[in-house]
Design a binder for this molecule. Structure first.
Ligand code: SAH
Ligand code: SF4
Ligand code: F3S
Length: 431
């Protein structure tokens, strides 16, 4: 049977999204076409996430539907890729016999071979030579893969392996291609993005990469995530502050506010070191947008520990907080050595408390934007309303038509906890 249509489903973080875009580019190059209806596809690919049980459950429910589909259409090819796939796949194979291929993150070859048979020219070349085809003015660009940190609760290092940086010139080539094809803003991706470069021969850091990318004339903005406090050096921060194209926008997960929990998590910093890092960021960039991640209900987290997290959020005032309840991940250090002892009801209450606290703080911060002028890159249109982001990463909806990919100066007229609304003063078309 000729395979002509693919259905690609993606969950998880930006890295997974970038991987899917790359696989889609490979498929397109092979002449396949995407479909958004699983029933119409000849091959189904699930790009999975294992960061919490909930993410895995979503894939399981998809796999249930695929099992039924495959009964009616036995020739359907099924691949599962991404962070649910570990080194050993025997258990997965036993549980999900409807799947033809399990592929680890960025292991595109077995999926390509499922369609086309053995592929001689792929040997490692798939990654460097196939760029995701941009479908708008913003794009994700992975710069360092994997993670060496082994925070006790986290599955990522087990699924994505050790930190491995892409060569600087390869990234510059990719971004040059993207910017020649309509991309105005790139987000440089890594689990701990400041780890970039330490494993390369010349040991560049992420600010060196940003400096090189800044020279690309048609590129307008550079973002980066996710930051890790210990890897974020003063040199990197000075680079971010001094390069006009780099946005003052940080995703700097703290995870917890108590030293006891931070130490048990093996995060590698104390509360006071984290506070110092934020102070350093704000000394260089007083208006920087800063978001963070929090885990509530980590093993052993007491009421007092949790209060310390709330206090930290009250005093640091983040623009946004992503909060999640601790989810034990088989294979991790916490799973092996700690009891998941915070009751589900307590986790839910703590989660809710942080969401409420943060909705108020975000609203207060966003209110300070009202009446100000902001530079926005128009990223897209939803419900006939153009939207884009400020240099600090705030989502802004515009009140009048504006071309996607253009820069507009906007006066903010309304602030909500999650987004702003503004009036476009002037539309400047980028070259
Ligand atoms: N590299 C980033 C985060 C990667 S995972 C960092 O160092 O922070 C994204 C977020 O998922 C984490 O910040 C954490 O808040 C959350 N997370 C990871 N493992 C989790 C688990 N087992 N249970 C609940 N949340 C988890
Ligand atoms: Fe996971 Fe920690 Fe690595 Fe982030 S730094 S990906 S939380 S192990
Ligand atoms: Fe999920 Fe893997 Fe990203 S576990 S959050 S898709 S790195």
């Amino acid at each position: 049977m000729a395979i002509s249509k693919y259905y690609l489903w993606t969950v998880g973080c930006q890295m997974n999204q970038a991987d899917s875009e790359k696989l889609a580019a490979g498929f397109d190059r092979m002449g396949l076409r995407p479909t958004d209806r699983m029933e119409r596809a000849d091959i189904v690919v699930l790009n999975t996430c294992a960061v919490r049980q909930h993410a895995e459950d979503r894939a399981y429910s998809k796999l249930g539907r695929i099992r039924e589909l495959k009964l009616q259409k036995p020739e359907l090819k099924v691949a599962v890729m991404g962070c649910m796939v570990g080194l050993r796949t025997t258990e997965l194979q036993r549980r999900f016999p409807q799947v033809d291929v399990f592929a680890r993150p960025q292991q595109f070859e077995p999926i390509i071979e499922l369609i086309d048979g053995p592929h001689e020219d792929l040997g490692g070349e798939f990654w460097p030579s196939t760029y995701a085809i941009p479908d708008g003015p913003t794009a994700f660009v992975p710069v360092v893969h994997g993670c060496n940190k082994f925070c006790t609760y986290c599955i990522v290092p087990y699924r994505r392996g050790r930190e491995k940086s892409r060569p600087l010139d390869a990234i510059v080539r990719e971004v040059a291609y993207l910017s020649a094809n309509g991309v105005r803003e790139v987000t440089l991706l890594g689990q701990t993005v400041e780890a970039y470069g330490h494993d390369l021969p010349d040991q560049p850091d992420i600010s060196d990469l940003m400096r090189e990318l800044s020279a690309l004339e048609r590129l307008y903005r550079i973002r980066f995530l996710t930051s890790y406090p210990k890897d974020m050096t003063h040199r990197i921060l000075e680079g971010v502050a001094s390069l006009p194209k780099v946005m003052e926008c940080f995703s700097l997960p703290v995870q917890a506010g108590s030293d006891a929990v931070l130490s048990s998590m093996r995060r590698g910093y104390t509360r006071s070191e984290y506070l110092d890092k934020i102070a350093e960021v704000r000394a260089l960039m007083p208006h920087a947008g800063i978001t963070t991640d929090i885990i509530v209900g980590y093993p052993g987290e007491t009421e007092a520990d949790f209060e310390e997290t709330c206090e930290l959020l009250e005093s640091l005032r983040f623009d946004k907080v992503h909060v999640a309840a601790y989810s034990p991940r088989p294979g991790t250090i916490a799973f092996r050595t700690m009891e998941d002892d915070v009751p589900a009801g307590v986790k839910a209450a703590r989660l809710h408390r942080i969401e409420e606290l943060e909705a108020r703080i975000s609203q207060e911060i966003n209110n300070t934007y009202t009446g100000t002028q902001q530079e926005i890159l128009v990223e897209g249109v939803r419900n006939e309303q153009p939207f884009g982001r400020t240099r600090t990463g705030k989502l802004v909806h515009l009140d009048a038509p504006a071309r996607i990919g253009t820069r507009v100066d906007v006066t903010i007229e309304h602030a909500g906890p999650f987004s702003l609304r503004g009036h476009a003063e002037d539309t400047l078309t980028l070259a």
